[in-house]
Design a protein around this ligand. Structure first.
Ligand SMILES: NC(=O)c1ccc[n+]([C@@H]2O[C@H](COP(=O)([O-])OP(=O)(O)OC[C@H]3O[C@@H](n4cnc5c(N)ncnc54)[C@H](OP(=O)(O)O)[C@@H]3O)[C@@H](O)[C@H]2O)c1
Length: 322
C-alpha cells in the first residue's frame, strides 16, 4: 500500500487528517515528529482501528540536524522495502509562539525554523522519494494574507528578507512580533509551494505542490503557548461567533482534517498544483492567496535565501529542484 509522510500527524488537525487517509483512502502512514510517545500511541490506535501500517519517525522540524537524520532514516526504510515510495509529504507541523523570540539549535527564530525552514529542508532531501503523481501539501494559514480579517488579527506578514527574519531580535535590535512571525512563516510556505510548483513543472515532474488553509480551528494544540484565558476564550462558542461575524475563516477540527486529507489524496485535486485551497465554514474551496504570495521575484529570492539558511550541501538537494 502506498505511504504518506506527515509532520505533526499525532495532534489536532493532523489526527483527523490521518484518520481519513487511513479509513477512506487506505494509505499507510509515517508519523514524523518530536514526541515519540504520543506518536507511538497514535500509531497503535491507527493500526488497530484501520489495519494500516504506521511507522514513527523522530524529527524535530526546528532542528536542521534532526530533519537530516529523520529524512535519512525515512530513505533507509524505503530502500529496505519497509515502506513503499511516498505518495505524499504533508508539511503540517506548526507552532504559534508567544513572547520574546527564542532561537533554535541552529540559531534561528523558532517559529520560522519550525513552520518553514525544517519543512523546506525535508522536501529538498526527500522529493526524489515521492512517487509519480505524488503530492506535497503545505498546511498554511489564512493569516498570511494582510488583506483579510485573519491576517489583520495575527500580525501583518510582509517581511522580504528571510535571513534577517531568522535572526530577528539579535544584537539588541527590536524583534518582529510573534504574531507577525507566524503569519510570515505561512506566507513563506505559500511562496515556496508556488515556486516549487514552477520548478517541478519546468523539470517535467508529475508531482503536485499544494497549499492549504484549515481555517481558524479550535480544539487543537495550536494556542497552547498562549495565556490560559486566551486559550479558554478561543475555544468558546462566543468567540467562534465573533470570529465568524468579523469575517475570519472558520475551520472545524474534523472537517479541516478531512479537507487536508482530501487535497492530499483525492483525485478531485489532481490538478491542484500551484493552487491554494481553504476550509471555511463547512466548505472546501480553491481561492486566491495574498497578493504578495504571487510575487515571483520575491519567491525566487526566498528560494535562494532558504537554501542558504538550511545549509544545503552540494551532495544534497534534488536534481529536479536545481
Ligand atoms: N488551529 C488553527 O486555528 C490553525 C489555523 C491555520 C493553520 N493552522 C496550522 O495547522 C497545522 C496544525 O496545527 P493544529 O491546529 O492541529 O495544532 P496542534 O494540535 O498544536 O498540532 C501541531 C503539530 O505540530 C507539531 N510540532 C510543533 N513543533 C514541532 C517541531 N519542532 N517538530 C516537529 N513537530 C512539531 C506538534 O507536535 P508536538 O505535539 O510535539 O508539539 C503537533 O503535532 C499547523 O501548521 C498550524 O500552523 C492551524
Amino acid at each position: 500500500m502506498p505511504t504518506i509522510l506527515i509532520t505533526g500527524g499525532h495532534s489536532g488537525i493532523g489526527i483527523e487528517c490521518c484518520k481519513v487517509l487511513a479509513s477512506k483512502y487506505k494509505y499507510n502512514l509515517i508519523l514524523a515528529g518530536r514526541s515519540p510517545e504520543r506518536m507511538e500511541n497514535f500509531a497503535k490506535e491507527l493500526i488497530k482501528s484501520y489495519g494500516i501500517k504506521v511507522s514513527v519517525l523522530a524529527m524535530d522540524t526546528s532542528s536542521l540536524a534532526s530533519v537530516r537524520s529523520g529524512a535519512s532514516n525515512c530513505q533507509k526504510m524505503i530502500d529496505k522495502g519497509e515502506v513503499d515510495k511516498l505518495m505524499a509529504i504533508i508539511c503540517n507541523a506548526g507552532v504559534r509562539l508567544n513572547g520574546a523570540p527564542t532561537y533554535t539549535v541552529d540559531g534561528y527564530e523558532e517559529t520560522l525554523a519550525t513552520n518553514y525552514l525544517g519543512h523546506a529542508l525535508l522536501l529538498e532531501l526527500l522529493v526524489d522519494s515521492i512517487a509519480d503523481n505524488g503530492r506535497i501539501v503545505f498546511t498554511a494559514s489564512g493569516t498570511h494574507d494582510p488583506d483579510t480579517a485573519d491576517g489583520k488579527m495575527m500580525g501583518i506578514a510582509d517581511e522580504y528578507d528571510a535571513v534577517g527574519l531568522a535572526n530577528t531580535g539579535k544584537g539588541g535590535a527590536k524583534p518582529v512580533s510573534r504574531g507577525k512571525l507566524y503569519a510570515t512563516s505561512k506566507l513563506y510556505m505559500i511562496l515556496y509551494a508556488y515556486e516549487l510548483d514552477r520548478h517541478l513543472r519546468n523539470a517535467g515532474s508529475s508531482i503536485l505542490s499544494i497549499a492549504f488553509d484549515p481555517g481558524a480551528t479550535s480544539g487543537t494544540g495550536f494556542l497552547r503557548n498562549m495565556p490560559k484565558p486566551v486559550q479558554w476564550l478561543a475555544g468558546s462558542a462566543f468567540m467562534s461567533w465573533v470570529l465568524k461575524k468579523s469575517g475570519v475563516t472558520i475551520g472545524d477540527i474534523k472537517f479541516s482534517g478531512e479537507c487536508l486529507a482530501r487535497v492530499t489524496a483525492d483525485p478531485e485535486y489532481a490538478n491542484g498544483s500551484g493552487k491554494y485551497f481553504q476550509t471555511n465554514d463547512g466548505e472546501l474551496t480553491e481561492r486566491r492567496s495574498s497578493k504578495l504570495s504571487y510575487d515571483e521575484e520575491r519567491a525566487i529570492k526566498l528560494w535562494k535565501d532558504t537554501k542558504t539558511l538550511i545549509h544545503i550541501q552540494p551532495n544534497e538537494g534534488s536534481l529536479k529542484l536545481r
